[in-house]
Design a protein around this ligand. Structure first.
Ligand SMILES: NC(=O)c1ccc[n+]([C@@H]2O[C@H](COP(=O)([O-])OP(=O)(O)OC[C@H]3O[C@@H](n4cnc5c(N)ncnc54)[C@H](O)[C@@H]3O)[C@@H](O)[C@H]2O)c1
Length: 289
């Protein structure tokens, strides 16, 4: 099956850039989000970002204009889902929202369409049974910022077919990314599980009063060669993302070790979610960072 039209659901930090990656690769892309404001923000941020690439000579003005011409934005799911071959869902990281969305997508998209989720933590089997096509449900997990990061984890659930995995791998390659296939689903997949172990230890050190946010980040960068420290990374990805991931796992296992930590919970309750709100572990409103 030749994939021609993609639907990206959710136009936040991830969805907006995933849509642009696909449009730049020559695919027709419909972007849907419930919030008009999010669609507007996505368009203006993409303009600024892609314009920068034109100024830097990485992209021609014609390529930019052609990519924007292939993008459409809608608050209604039904018209956006019409005639699509492949869906990449990048809505908020809440299982009930995703399950409801997938049931809707199953109803609204052509029968052959593959329904992929960009979820950072929910494996295909948590979502697939909300649809009548569990063999065509898969995780296609991008990294932030999606316009830049090469790796895409392709995660198969017990019901995902070989054809679905093959088509997802082929699409990943077509949009210039590097697919990493997980043969068996596990929450968090590969990269985030590795990262999570480092982040949990960083929070333990902070909450135990052993070292400051700055000290822990500096050690990660200068001793381990990480491009950024665990707190800087949480601010970049959104502190709420990790919070909901942990909350979801805790609800599943009931193990207090899986629950979000005290300091992360406080940040989320205070609405200090990182760069996107101007404040997280660091303050971005006064030129800090
Ligand atoms: N932020 C990251 O670093 C990152 C990385 C990889 C994967 N992800 C995954 O990508 C997904 C989105 O994350 P994000 O950081 O872009 O979040 P975000 O909060 O920036 O954007 C989420 C968007 O979804 C929209 N939305 C909510 N419910 C919706 C619905 N029912 N239908 C349509 N749109 C809806 C919101 O209006 C918002 O614009 C999550 O599943 C997350 O796990 C995030």
């Amino acid at each position: 099956m030749e994939i021609q039209k993609i639907l990206v659901v959710g136009s936040g930090a991830m969805g907006s850039q995933i849509a642009m990656v696909c449009a730049l690769a020559g695919l027709e892309v419909a972007v849907q989000d419930l919030a008009e404001a999010s669609l507007e923000k996505a368009q203006s941020e993409l303009r600024a970002r892609v314009d920068r690439n034109v100024v830097k000579g990485r992209l021609s003005a014609e390529e930019r204009d052609a990519a924007f011409a292939r993008l459409s934005f809608d608050t209604d799911l039904a018209p956006a889902a019409e005639g699509v071959d492949f869906v990449i869902e990048a809505a908020v990281e809440k299982l009930d929202v995703k399950r409801e969305l997938f049931a809707e997508l199953d109803r609204l998209t052509p029968e052959h369409a593959i329904l992929a989720t960009n979820s950072s933590s929910f494996v295909p089997s948590r979502i697939a049974d909300a649809t009548g096509r569990p063999d065509r449900v898969v995780n296609m997990h991008f990294f932030n910022p999606a316009l830049v990061m090469k790796c895409v984890e392709v995660v198969r659930g017990p019901q995902t077919s070989d054809a679905t995995v093959d088509a997802t791998v082929a699409l990943t390659e077509r949009i210039g990314k590097l697919p990493v296939v997980l043969d068996k689903e596990i929450p968090g997949f590969i990269a985030n599980r590795l990262l999570g172990a480092v982040r949990d230890e960083a929070i333990r050190l902070l909450e135990g009063g052993y070292a400051s946010v700055e000290a822990i980040d500096t050690a990660a960068r200068t001793a381990l060669g990480y491009p950024m420290g665990p707190f800087e990374l949480m601010d970049l990805t959104g502190i709420d993302i990790g919070y909901y991931t942990k909350q979801g796992r805790f609800e599943e296992t009931g193990d207090p070790a899986d629950a979000p930590s005290r300091s992360v919970t406080e940040k989320v309750e205070a609405g200090e979610l990182g760069r996107k709100t101007g404040k997280g572990w660091y303050d971005y409103t006064e030129g800090d960072h």
